[in-house]
Design a protein around this ligand. Structure first.
Ligand SMILES: *Cc1c(COP(=O)(O)O)cnc(C)c1O
Length: 233
């Protein structure tokens, strides 16, 4: 086996093991947390290696890069997720091309995604990115604006809201992120009650804090560095 192949497969196996361990220790159901391999700024060849080893779920953050990789790997049955910031003018390139778009944070963006999905005759799964830390410079809808965004999205027939995504502030200690993960879960339960809908997905946890995120109810962890190594930007 080539060394990159060996490295990637071992890294992913270690992550899967840690995730399974965290799931078991918190008494959650086996398989209740999916691992998204965040491949941004790493080559399509890395994705192909993990795909051939049986992994299907990948996350990308940059529109142009993501679409180029999708084209390059079009023959593979990959579950692509879009997790990056999304400008309104790029919505039309993204809608209909990903299993889920995790970074919806405005009604304007949702309407543009819906319009494109409608023209393609598909229903696009989306998650709302919530700025639970109330950080001003960060993307994500504020808690205050969340109910009206959900209400607006519920009127859009070609979008399906499946849950929420959080990207808490960076902490050296993963425990620092715990309150934000707990908060997202609480918000999700509150919104399910308020709207009488199911919001099964909680996209939270990255390389440094996915164990804590799983303890707080994550259903999908987004792991880049721990699988692929440092990103060259
Ligand atoms: C890059 C990125 C990740 C992966 O981060 P790592 O720390 O490398 O695991 C997860 N989520 C989002 C939204 C990202 O942009």
């Amino acid at each position: 086996m080539e060394s990159r192949e060996k490295e990637l497969i071992e890294n992913l196996a270690a992550v899967n093991e840690d995730v399974a361990d965290a799931v078991a220790k918190t008494g959650r159901k086996t398989g209740s947390v999916a691992v998204m391999a965040v491949s941004k700024l790493h080559p399509a060849s890395d994705i192909e290696i993990l795909y051939q080893a049986g992994h299907k779920c990948f996350g990308e953050s940059y529109v142009q890069e993501a679409l180029a990789k999708q084209d390059e790997l079009a023959s593979l049955d990959i579950d692509w997720h879009y997790i990056g910031g999304l400008q309104s003018k790029k919505a039309k390139y993204v809608s209909g091309r990903f299993c889920a778009i995790h970074s919806v944070d405005s009604i304007k963006l949702a309407e543009l995604l819906n319009k494109k999905a409608q023209s393609l005759g598909v229903v696009q799964n989306i998650l709302i990115q919530v700025n639970t830390a109330g950080e001003e410079q960060k993307s994500g809808v504020s808690e205050e604006q969340l109910p009206s965004l959900i209400e607006g999205i519920s009127a859009l027939d070609n979008l399906k809201l499946t849950g929420f995504m959080a990207l808490p502030p960076f902490f050296g200690d993963p425990e620092g992120a715990r309150p934000y993960f707990a908060r997202l879960r609480m918000l999700s339960e509150g919104m399910e009650k308020l709207f009488g809908i199911k919001l099964p997905e909680l996209s939270m946890g990255m390389t440094g804090d996915f164990r804590v995120a799983i303890e707080e109810g994550s259903t999908m962890v987004r792991v880049g560095t721990r699988i692929f190594g440092q990103r060259l930007s």
